[in-house]
Design a protein around this ligand. Structure first.
Ligand code: GDP
Length: 361
């Protein structure tokens, strides 16, 4: 399933440019297939199904209670109270919940079925408001955007334990599925185990990992990896970084340095700065992540362990509080358990209804 060259078709007259390798791979694979409809629908269905499965726990807790609210046909004061409680309980966050419920309430709807549709529309709107790309690789790029030159550079940041290394392994795997050559930089030089872990991913998935010893300068490792990628014609460089928050100031200084060193050699800087967040840490994870967002100019979020939480509503808090688009979700333990994030199918899954019905699409 193409994960990166994928572009939504919001405006059929203005297809966004996909980058060359993705185009070529698709042309070779699709030859005579009418990719416009057949392929895209299939991809979307596969992505939606993966997200849907990962949301099982959230849906059970969230939707189970929503179903009770909507089982009463007429709107009462209790409808609003229950809605607030359920949304806050799903980690949507207090300010966001109050705002959403207030907006729906102001519509003066009398039937809970209408409240449900309006809620879906509001939730989708929160996610779509931040859906525009901030980086150069992912999301629906402007029609006239040029893909950046190779190698594409992705800086991956996040607190230890969020699933950063696993994310790199999976993204590498997904790029390789598209026929791209990937090199990773073992930039978390603080922990010997982190270096080993990414090397293990490299061995099992089959990508090269550029590493130095424990304690080496992470910026130097990043630079080495970029040079290696240029020398070997790699398409993508994925740069791991340290994530020990107990030493926050040093960490942020280190990340800024990695960024500066990248910019010295590749003036356009990283094409994406991916913040990895663990969905199971909920609001706590958000406050930790704020520091990263401030230090390194994050462009995209990957939300891991969505399958392990009943609080997938954190996605809305990320959008509202950080203004950042979620691009991928981690949906399980396998290397292929990475799904592109689509606001509409996410909300449809959350509310347990096909998006056409809930959002009038
Ligand atoms: P890092 O310290 O940030 O590099 O975190 P790791 O990549 O080592 O991941 C920490 C743990 O989370 C590992 O046991 C991973 O298998 C697990 N993990 C990562 N992503 C997911 C996910 O999407 N779903 C589940 N269930 N587990 C995950």
């Amino acid at each position: 399933m193409p994960l990166f060259g994928r572009r939504k078709k919001k405006d059929a007259d203005q297809p966004a440019p996909v980058d060359q390798a993705a185009d070529e791979a698709r042309e070779a694979a699709a030859a005579a297939v009418d990719e416009d409809d057949a392929l895209t629908e299939e991809e979307e269905a596969a992505a939606a199904a993966a997200t849907d499965r990962a949301l099982e726990r959230t849906r059970r807790s969230f939707l189970g209670r929503l179903t009770e609210v909507f089982a009463v046909p007429d709107v009462t004061e209790e409808t609003w109270e229950s809605l607030e409680e359920i949304l806050i309980g799903a980690d949507i966050g207090v300010p966001t919940t109050l705002e959403v419920v207030e907006r729906v309430r102001a519509m003066n709807l009398r039937k809970t079925a209408d409240v449900r549709s309006a809620l879906a529309t509001e939730l989708i709107a929160i996610l779509e408001a931040v859906d525009a790309p901030r980086g150069r690789l992912w999301g629906e790029q402007p029609a006239d955007a040029q893909a950046p030159p190779r190698p594409h550079i992705v800086l991956v940041v996040g607190v230890n334990g969020t699933g950063k290394t696993t994310a790199i392994g999976r993204i590498a795997w997904a790029y390789m599925q598209e026929g791209r050559k990937v090199i990773a930089a073992a930039g978390d030089t603080f922990r010997a185990a982190a270096i080993e872990q990414i090397q293990e991913w490299g061995q099992s998935v089959g990508f090269e990992v550029v590493a130095q010893g424990q304690g080496a300068d992470p910026a130097a490792v990043a630079f080495d990896a970029i040079q290696a990628a240029q020398a070997r014609g790699a398409d993508v460089v994925l740069i791991d970084t340290a994530g020990r928050l107990q030493n926050k100031q040093n960490l942020m200084a280190e990340l800024s340095k990695v960024r500066r060193v990248i910019e010295r050699h590749v003036p356009r800087g990283p094409d994406e700065v991916l913040l990895v967040l663990d969905a199971t840490t909920g609001q706590n994870g958000l406050s930790q992540a704020r520091a990263f967002a401030e230090a390194v100019d994050v462009t995209s979020v990957m939300l891991t362990k969505l399958d392990g939480t009943g609080k997938g509503g954190i996605v809305f808090a990320i959008a509202k509080e950080f203004g950042l688009p979620v691009r991928f979700v981690g949906v399980g333990q396998r290397e292929s358990d990475l799904a592109p994030f689509d606001p509409r199918s996410f909300v449809a899954s959350l509310l347990g209804e096909p998006v056409e019905r809930v959002a009038g699409r």
